[in-house]
Design a protein around this ligand. Structure first.
Ligand code: IVH
Length: 696
């Protein structure tokens, strides 16, 4: 998908466009934030190129077309081998056409491709001599770059010393992960500075900044390894012959960070179809990655293919960037709303001037908590960088501070709960109404009655509102005391619906402990964590008796989470008592109580060993596609419950740790990945037979 080029009508508009584009690329590559987002910049560049194609005699010498980094930056450290840019494709058709033209150029099909994420940071060359990091250089204009050696020691993944005393140059991308970016803005605003608009701008600004009172960590991912003039002859010869995939393995062995450590490692592919499938996989994983990518880079893997293809002045002919849709746009922050959730958390939400990102119109974005607003120094009326990838809720990265007009206003924080007017507990980062779960009872009850919790059919949002408004229910346990007469007294409630609802409520009393726990909405736990807690402790009494140390024995609960879960359960104790008195089940079928907390001091309490008899013991299972046969009616959550009851671990993504993939109808990329990794696959029917004892 290509956005249309900007329309340029005359020489004056062309000159202005050249000036705007040069300014934008200077900001982009030089550490500032461009006033144009990537889409707008691409459109402008294409408009310039189109006009120049029609008026070749009027091309301005300062035009950014055909130059590395748009000709915006220069440096004074010469590169030993030019540091080039990449040409782009935007669709499978364009990619296929590119492979065909490459095959024509080299006289045969490309032997093998390498497929890597296109990391959204800045290209850097790191020179090592005798295994020690000596110099860092930016790409600059491709021929010479700027010396940024002052950043040595602040970049994770670029060690001071390699595992071997070699003299080599490693090329790669310096970026900030999402966590590093958050940290950077926190530190920077605390020092009275203006926030960086996005991780890329933050990395660019940080890399070039020489004298700062603080250091901001960044991350390096290597994607190239080449000899330097001083490299030992034998090593230089060997590096010249290695395939790109082998060079990456060598870089990893030297101790350099590469994409191999991420959820989207570089892989090799033999066919165009395999490459395109991998592009789709990487695109699907993009939203979950802890760092930004803006595309996928496909390279001819073999050194011989690369050499035959050669390079142009701007880009190599043996590699191409398959660009993914932009996930960032600049728009205006109009307002901040404060909403109370089911547990009483008061969360801010940004109201934006509508903006289209990758085909969806965005009007809201999450803001995590009040401290988050302060750390980013956000103001009403700010131009903000909005990020949206996949189905993840859009978020504001930061204001684009240099676009401020001075009319921006501070964001007012609420002094009382915006829903019920009670006081606010501001002792934690996330503010909470002092009425806790009672503040937004309707939300708490609707959640508890939901399909993955108590699964009470007929108790939807509207019915819950009716019950709460009529004063019949003041907490979750009251549901179980509802009488036929009370329900019949409600509007639009006939005898049949009443009897059905009462039956559904009665059935809910028998749900497993894991679902009861989930229905309580303990902060910091969700469905799968509730299942792990319930399986570990087997009874509610055991859970309530657990202190933080005992809670930490549950997989996935660390030292930070354990005390807050214990505190939440203490807060919920009266409600739990009331539920138990109403006859709600408080045990987990099939789970056995943990041994008393005495493991001889070793600290490891091996649950899997105890559960050795279960069919999925020790296995990590991923479900994909539509279930059929005996599993047809099970939701994903119910499939996950089944896997865990049968002793396995459920997971949503396929990785080397996956042991089994249940692939139903329409299974796509997860199935393909399992096949790639040689992971065992089963059909829903085979799986049903495997766990037959646990199907009811
Ligand atoms: S290869 C000669 N591989 O994208 C080959 N580049 O738009 C050029 N980039 O300048 C680089 N991830 O800064 C390569 N896996 C990757 C990359 C990558 C990000 C950057 C790099 C390059 C720019 C071109």
């Amino acid at each position: 998908m290509t956005t249309p080029a900007a329309v340029i009508m005359d020489a004056a508009t062309y000159a202005q466009a050249v000036e705007d584009a040069v300014k934008a690329s200077a900001a982009y590559y030089g550490g500032g934030t461009s006033a144009l987002d990537d889409d707008a910049y691409d459109r402008l560049m294409r408009g310039i190129a189109e006009w120049e194609a029609e008026h070749p005699d009027q091309v301005l010498p300062g035009s950014p077309t055909g130059k590395v980094a748009g000709g915006a930056v220069e440096g004074d450290v010469p590169h030993t081998v030019a540091m080039l840019s990449l040409d782009n494709v935007f669709s499978p058709e364009e990619f296929t056409a590119w492979t065909a033209s490459l095959a024509r150029r080299i006289g045969h099909e490309v032997e093998r491709f390498c497929v890597e994420p296109k990391l959204d940071g800045l290209a850097v060359a790191a020179r090592y001599a005798g295994g020690r990091l000596r110099q860092l250089i930016t790409r600059g204009d491709g021929m010479a770059g700027e010396d940024v050696s002052h950043a040595m020691g602040t970049i994770e993944g670029l060690p001071d010393e390699l595992a071997e005393p070699v003299t080599v140059e490693i090329r790669g991308e310096v970026l900030m992960t999402a966590a590093q970016f958050e940290h950077a803005n926190e530190v920077r605003t605390a020092h009275g500075g203006q926030p960086f608009a996005n991780p890329r701008g933050a990395a660019a600004g940080t890399l070039r900044a020489k004298e700062r009172a603080y250091t901001l960590p960044m991350t390096f991912f290597g994607y190239g390894l080449l000899p330097l003039p001083d490299t030992e002859t034998a090593l230089a010869a060997r590096l010249g012959e290695l395939a790109h995939s082998e060079l990456m393995a060598q870089a990893t062995a030297f101790g350099i960070n590469t994409t191999a450590t991420t959820a989207v490692p570089g892989i090799t592919a033999d066919t165009v179809e395999q490459v395109l499938a991998r592009v789709q996989e990487i695109a699907a994983l993009r939203a979950e990655l802890p760092f930004g990518i803006d595309g996928v880079v496909i390279k001819a893997d073999l050194a011989s293919d690369q050499q035959t293809a050669g390079s142009g002045s701007r880009a190599p002919r043996w590699a191409i960037a398959y660009k993914l849709p932009a996930v960032e746009k600049i728009t205006r922050l109009l307002e901040v709303e404060w909403n109370v959730g089911r547990t009483g958390i008061i969360a801010p939400r940004a109201v934006l001037e509508p903006v289209e990102i990758d085909g969806a119109t965005i009007t809201y974005a999450t803001l995590h908590n009040p401290a988050d607003i302060t750390h980013r120094d956000l103001r009403l009326g700010d131009q903000v960088m909005v990020h949206r990838a996949g189905d993840v809720i859009p978020r504001i990265e930061a204001p684009v501070a240099h676009l401020r007009t001075g009319d921006e206003q501070p964001i007012a924080f609420p002094e009382t709960c915006p829903r019920c007017g009670a006081g606010i507990d501001t002792s934690e980062q996330r503010w909470r109404c002092e009425n806790g779960r009672n503040c937004h009872l309707v939300a708490a009850l609707s959640y508890a009655a939901g399909r993955d919790q108590l699964d009470i059919e007929g108790l939807g949002h509207t019915r819950v509102v009716q019950l709460v408004d009529a004063g019949l229910v003041t907490d979750l346990a009251d549901l179980f005391a509802l009488t036929r007469e009370q329900l019949l007294g409600l509007e639009r409630m006939g005898a049949t619906s009443t009897d059905n609802l009462l039956a559904a409520i009665a059935a809910a009393k028998g749900r497993p402990l894991s679902r009861v726990l989930c229905a309580l909405g303990v902060r910091g736990t969700g469905r799968s964590m509730s299942r792990r807690i319930a399986r570990h402790f087997a009874t509610m009494d055991n859970i309530r008796a657990a202190d933080a140390e005992a809670m930490e024995q549950v997989e996935g609960i660390g030292t930070e989470k354990a005390p807050s879960i214990v505190a939440e359960l203490a807060e919920l104790a009266p409600l739990v008592d009331k539920l138990a008195a109403a006859g709600v089940n408080m045990t987990e079928p099939g789970a056995t109580s943990p041994a008393p907390h005495d493991d001889g001091g070793t600290g490891d309490h091996d649950e899997t060993a105890e559960r050795g008899g279960e069919p999925l013991a020790g296995m990590t299972v991923v479900v994909t596609g539509a279930m059929t046969g005996p599993l047809e009616k099970l939701s994903r959550n119910q499939m996950n419950e089944l896997i865990e009851q049968a002793g396995g671990r459920s997971s949503s993504s396929v990785s080397k740790k996956t042991t089994l993939v249940v692939a139903g109808d329409g299974a796509g990329s997860k199935r393909a990945k399992a096949e790639d990794l040689g992971i065992r696959l089963t059909t829903p029917d085979e799986f049903a037979a495997l766990v037959a004892d646990y199907l009811n």
